[in-house]
Design a protein around this ligand. Sequence first.
Ligand code: PHE
Length: 339
Amino acid sequence: MIQKIDELLTIVNSTVINDSDELEQFRLRFLSKKGELNKLFAEFKNVPPEQKREFGQKLNLLKNAAQEKFDIAQNSLSAHTAQGLNVDVSLPGMPLVLGSKHPLTIVKNQIIDIFSNIGFTVAEGPEIEDDWHVFSALNFPLEHPARDMQDTFFIESNPDIVLRTHTSSVQVRVMETTPMPVRSVFPGRVFRNEAISARAHCIFHQVEGLYIDENVSFADLKQTLLYFAKEMFGASTQIRLRPSYFPFTEPSAEMDISCSICGGKGCNVCKHSGWVEILGCGMVDPNVLKSSNIDSAKYTGFAFGMGVERIAMLKYQIKDIRLFFENDLRFLEQFKSVF
Ligand code: PHE
């Protein structure tokens, strides 16, 4: 008799109920008036006294198992019919495949984050610009080579309109429209008529910085850039400023950082010099302030501009700039970040 209960328990546990017919069959077999459970309960009086305890316990176990099986199956079947679905709604959900941010977005956001921590706001300007904002207001002489057809994409029907070659055009827009002082960064896409190679592309991204106030000095510029380099590439990073020339800054400099790959010892990335160039900078030329009607006797400022691709290539050791623009998921999926 006890063996019979055990057998029925195995059957109950292994029964799979797929639809309402099977549910009804299960109910009739186990739980109905003439079902197995009631038959066994009726047998109880015939069980020898010394087995009554074990029999009772096992029978209760069987009863609970059968009732539970019935309830669960009934619940899930009624959920299906309610929604008209032929699926098991109790199954775990399908995992969502989340995209990842583009490495250039990650690096751009990180640059913005570093400067916003020291009070820089963010502004943007148009990618299609006029000559004034890209060149003239920035003190480019008329015959300056950067205006050359070789570098700049002009609009054929109106050569006064160009695709901006640098984000310095946003400096001019901000100086024209914002009351002083100004402390902002300008991220954006820029365009140059260059042959595409592993190191150069006709589209790339820059983040420009501009700080104009009374008594802003070259020391402020240097300290700001040192802070940036350490935040971006690690606390042991050193910087080096080399004299350079830009029409819109005087004095001008290019900034190198100690090579983040070899730590300055010399490797392929830094061409065994221990240093890699990451940006151009300088004190805003008084002529540029004047072009935007800013009192150059009262205000001084600094500006800098960096290539986002260049920083991302150094940070992630990417050897070919074209990878950023090919949208190959095998490349893009490798970048996970909080930025
Ligand atoms: N606009 C310069 C470039 O594209 C970079 C720069 C920005 C230099 C601001 C000085 C100051 O190369």
